[in-house]
Ligand binder design. Structure first.
Ligand SMILES: O=C(O)CCC(=O)C(=O)O
Length: 248
């Protein structure tokens, strides 16, 4: 069973994020990238692309667990799940699993905290409630939109980042493809501008405590075939162990 080192736990506690460098082998990273881009292209061509940011310069592909066995396996990565367990408890569930593509010219996305934290009354909870894993399927560089994070901002329980404001303490987290950035969802974070001629392709494995409503209704979205081959871990992540009771 994968575990976090004391230093890794400390980084999550103090800074609110942790970079796991080169976690994913190069062949798997390349396959995930190819699959992510072909899904994005297919959804665009079918008129079902989830585009956002100015000029539709960024795109999400939702519901990845239903879109290929490679994603079923990826979302169970032991070390990534060890980080989620540390932050959110051993019964944490999947909130959403998506592709995030920044096409050339995508502007920076505003700093934010993750769903549903920004909708909560303040002071927000002091303990981690949701957390994201940002999978670098390309090298994350200063030029292509590497994720910005404000270290320690998960402790600002009353404040939210102001739209359009540049924060001097925001750091761009750069790293080689195959790395996974674990982010407490209460950290002020967001993607940066992609000033290159290449797409920046990533995955977002987003998790929540089991008491929260996930971003996606996985039990409705995932086919019986996926559920029939799901491991106990995947079933738990999809929400089987955290359903409301049906006593009558
Ligand atoms: O893709 C990234 O760099 C970060 C995405 C993000 O901030 C989010 O979806 O909450």
């Amino acid at each position: 069973m994968a575990i976090l080192t004391e230093s890794e736990k400390n980084q999550l506690d103090q800074r609110g994020f942790l970079l796991l460098e080169r976690l994913i082998p190069p062949e798997t990273t390349a396959e995930l990238r190819e699959r992510a881009l072909s899904l994005a292209e297919a959804e665009q061509a079918a008129g079902k692309g989830h585009s956002y940011l100015a000029n539709d310069s960024a795109q999400r592909v939702w519901n990845l667990v239903a879109k290929g066995e490679i994603f079923e396996e990826a979302i169970q990565h032991p070390k990534m799940l060890a980080a989620m367990t540390y932050l959110l408890g051993a019964d944490c569930t999947l909130s959403s699993f998506t592709v995030n593509v920044l096409y050339p010219g995508a502007p920076e996305a505003g700093l934010h905290i993750d769903y549903p934290l920004s909708g909560l009354p303040t002071p927000r909870p002091n303990s981690p409630m949701v957390a994201n894993s940002v999978w670098f399927l390309d090298d994350w560089t200063l030029e292509n939109g590497a994720t910005r994070c404000v270290p320690g901002s998960h402790r600002r329980l009353e404040a939210l980042p102001e739209p359009g404001m540049a924060y001097d303490d925001a750091l761009q987290i750069c790293g080689p493809r195959g790395s996974v950035l674990i982010v407490n969802g209460a950290i002020w974070h967001g993607s940066s501008e992609n000033r290159t001629n290449e797409s920046r392709v990533g995955l977002l494995g987003f998790f929540c405590r089991s008491i929260l409503k996930p971003q996606q209704a996985h039990l409705e979205l995932v086919s019986d075939e996926v559920i029939s081959r799901a491991t106990p871990t995947l079933k738990r992540l999809l929400g089987f162990d955290s359903l409301p009771n049906t006593n009558d």
